[in-house]
Write a protein that binds this ligand. Structure first.
Ligand SMILES: [Zn+2]
Length: 75
C-alpha cells in the first residue's frame, strides 16, 4: 500500500497517462478471471474498459474505485 502512495506522489509532474490492469470478477462459465484496463490521466480522469463504465460514464465503476483506493486518491 505504501508503495502505491509513493508512486502517486512521485509522478506529480507533467501530464501522465498510465494504464493499470485491474482484476475483475471470475467468469462463471470458463472459471477464468476477467481483467480490465483502467486508464488514468494525471490521476484525475479515469476511464475503464468494462461494460459497467461504458454504460454509466458519469459514475466510477468498481475497478476505478479500487484503483483510486490503491493510489490513495480520495474523492
Ligand atoms: Zn470497470
Amino acid at each position: 500500500m505504501n508503495l502505491f502512495c509513493y508512486i502517486h506522489y512521485s509522478m506529480k509532474k507533467e501530464k501522465q497517462i498510465i494504464k493499470y490492469r485491474q482484476m475483475g470478477s471470475r467468469n462463471k462459465k470458463t472459471g477464468k478471471l476477467n481483467y480490465y484496463t483502467v486508464t488514468s490521466v494525471d490521476h484525475k480522469k479515469f476511464e475503464c474498459e468494462c461494460l459497467g463504465f461504458q454504460y454509466r460514464t458519469y459514475k466510477d465503476c468498481k475497478h476505478i474505485t479500487r484503483l483510486k483506493y490503491l493510489l490513495c486518491i480520495d474523492r
